[in-house]
Structure formats: structure tokens, C-alpha cells
Design a binder for this molecule. Structure first.
Ligand SMILES: N[C@@H](CCC(=O)N[C@@H](CS)C(=O)NCC(=O)O)C(=O)O
Length: 337
């Protein structure tokens, strides 16, 4: 084959890549409402979200609790099927390539912790119940919402300050399990176009190594162990708050944005089989009882359980089965105590 033919063969994918990259502009986006951006829309409220994403679940629970009707735009992430979040269409909605995005009258609101506050402030009386005006109650809700937020470009850091930032590390086992169902070819889009290359690289590595192989990767285990230790401390603090406030909810009598933010954290711990470790066998009884109350709310059923996708169901079963079959794996993930 002549050099010219080889060059032509290489030129086609290179040209494709350059054209695609020019159409998939990425950048980090500040949280809150962006009135300068107007997106195509048909409804007052629209939500771009993913079935498995913790922050997306937070928005779905919040909108269900507020009773805000909205148009739903499901977006796949690699663990649920493909890198739709770095497609041209979605990057036009959020150039950061992240879900969820709440859209109000065509204007996007970014960052889930800002989105739930924005939604509550536009939902009348019910919004004021979820986000009280009165100073002390407002400060309490804000504190517990902040602690549960996932914040920063690398959300595996800051685990001491935020239970939300413990979640990526504690999710690693189910990422490893879910990615087994996704063909390698689907990872290519992420590796080429994701604004934060570290994310697709980690997920591709988890696919390659699987759940057991993950426990032999020191950087993954370091994040997991730190997240496990710090989540234990956050759950202790949560139990103390439930005692101090008298319950049944974090801020006392009323269900608020603090509970919206925590239901998704406890749900993720259930999905990844951390329940027994954190509140099994009589450990942290306030948290166990709180979890029972959260599950009984209609919003948990409609916004979380009914939205579960197939790869998540497989992932839940695979993590449980692997730990039950292999006590050494359980010890590696949960520690020896
Ligand atoms: N701080 C952001 C975090 C957003 C975020 O990391 N979203 C994840 C899902 S929970 C995502 O879109 N991941 C896609 C990816 O990294 O490829 C928020 O609270 O909205």
C-alpha cells in the first residue's frame, strides 16, 4: 500500500475528530440560573437527568415533593449505556457534560444543590415548607443540604467536609459491576470528548479490571477507604441531628430540602450494598429508622425506584452476589471491623 493511501486512511478519522471536536465545545459552568442562555423548550420546567445519577435523583425527588410538572429528558451516562452526556445535543445544554440540568422557561440552572433551591423558591407555599424562610430553620436546612452536596471538579476530594463527596468513592464497586455490561466501543466517545478525561479513564479501567480487580488498584482503594471512613462520621452526625431535632425529619417536624438531599445518599448506600456495614445489626438505629421513613414517601417510589434501569438492577445483584461468594472481597471493600 502506498504511503499516500495510508495517509488518506488516517486522514478520514482525524478529520472526523477535528470536526466533531469543533461542534462539542466544553467548559465548566458556574452553578445557578444562566439567563443569558436560552434553550429550545416546550414546558415551563424541563429536566435533563439520568436514571442512576445521584444528583439527578435529587432533582427528581425534589420536583416530585414540590409537585412541579416537568418535561423529562433522560440522558445516558456510560454506566447506564453510552456517553450521551458528551453528545453534540447534550453539550449544547450543558457544556460541562454533566447531569442534571434544570431548565426554567428555557434558561438552564446548573449544579444540583443550586437547582433544588431554585425550584423550591419558585414553588410557592410548598417551596417554603421545603426551604423555610425563618433564619434558624433556613440555616439548619442549608447546612444539611450543603453536607450532602457533591461539590468540586474532583468530587472524590473533600470527603471530610461532605457526605456527598464520599459517594463517588463508595459507588466504585457498582460502577465496576455495571460497566461489565457496556461494550468497550461505547467508552471511545468519552475518552475523545469528555471535558474531564479522568472520569472516562477511571470507568474504562474499572471495566477492564472488574470488581475484584478494582480491589487491587491502590488509588481506587485509597479513595474508597477514605470515603467509607468519612461517610461513617457523617452518618454519626446525622444520627445525632435526628436525636437532637426530635425527627422525624432532619429539621424536625417538616420534610425539607435537607431530606431531599439525604434520601439519595442513603439510597446509593443501599444500591452498593453498604447498608449492613453502616446501619446493620443495630448500628446507628436513628439512621436505620430514618431510612424506613424515607422509603415510605411516594417520591422515593416515583423518582427513584421506578426510574431504576436494567444495568443498575444487574449491578446491584452482582455486587451482592460477589461479596456473598467471596468473604475476602467483602473484607477488602468493608474493612475488617
Ligand atoms: N456538582 C454537580 C455534579 C454533577 C455530576 O458530577 N454529575 C454526574 C452524575 S451524578 C455526571 O453527570 N457524570 C457524567 C460523567 O462524569 O461522565 C451537581 O451537583 O450537579
Amino acid at each position: 500500500m502506498s504511503i499516500l493511501v495510508i495517509l488518506l486512511i488516517l486522514a478520514v478519522p482525524a478529520a472526523w475528530f477535528l470536526v466533531e471536536r469543533s461542534h462539542r465545545k466544553t467548559q465548566t459552568m458556574a452553578g445557578g440560573l444562566h439567563e443569558d442562555i436560552t434553550l429550545p423548550h416546550t414546558a415551563e420546567w424541563e429536566l435533563y437527568h439520568n436514571s442512576f445519577s445521584l444528583c439527578s435523583k435529587k432533582l427528581r425527588v425534589c420536583l416530585a415533593e414540590l409537585g412541579l410538572e416537568h418535561t423529562s429528558h433522560p440522558i445516558d451516562l456510560i454506566e447506564t449505556g453510552s456517553y450521551e452526556n458528551v453528545s453534540r445535543r447534550f453539550l449544547a445544554v450543558n457544556p460541562a457534560g454533566l447531569v442534571p440540568v434544570l431548565v426554567h422557561r428555557g434558561h438552564p440552572v446548573y449544579e444540583s444543590h443550586d437547582e433544588i433551591v431554585y425550584a423550591a423558591r419558585h414553588a410557592g407555599e410548598r417551596g417554603r415548607e421545603l426551604l423555610p424562610d425563618e433564619d434558624a430553620a433556613h440555616a439548619l436546612v442549608k447546612h444539611w443540604t450543603d453536607v450532602a452536596s457533591v461539590v468540586g471538579a474532583d468530587p472524590t476530594r473533600g470527603t471530610e467536609q461532605r457526605a456527598g463527596n464520599c459517594i463517588p468513592g463508595l459507588t466504585l464497586p457498582i460502577f465496576a459491576a455495571m460497566c461489565q455490561y457496556i461494550p468497550f466501543t461505547r467508552f471511545v466517545q468519552g475518552l475523545l470528548f469528555h471535558p474531564q478525561k479522568k472520569r472516562p479513564l477511571i470507568l474504562a479501567l474499572l471495566k477492564l479490571r472488574g470488581l475484584r480487580g478494582m480491589t487491587k488498584l491502590p488509588p481506587a482503594m485509597e479513595v474508597l477507604e477514605r470515603s467509607r471512613r468519612d461517610m461513617g462520621r457523617h452518618l454519626d452526625a446525622l444520627g445525632e441531628q435526628l436525636d437532637r431535632g426530635g425527627g422525624p425529619w432532619i429539621a424536625g417536624e417538616h420534610f425539607t430540602l435537607a431530606d431531599v438531599s439525604w434520601v439519595v445518599i442513603l439510597d446509593r448506600l443501599i444500591e452498593v450494598d453498604w447498608e449492613e456495614h453502616f446501619w446493620g445489626n443495630g448500628k446507628r438505629p436513628q439512621v436505620a429508622a430514618y431510612w424506613e421513613r424515607l422509603q415510605a414517601r411516594p417520591s422515593y417510589d416515583s423518582a427513584i425506584l421506578q426510574a431504576r434501569c436494567e444495568t443498575l438492577e444487574y449491578g446491584i445483584a452482582d455486587v451482592k452476589a460477589a461479596k456473598n461468594a467471596d468473604p475476602a472481597l467483602r473484607t477488602a471493600l468493608e474493612g475488617s471491623t
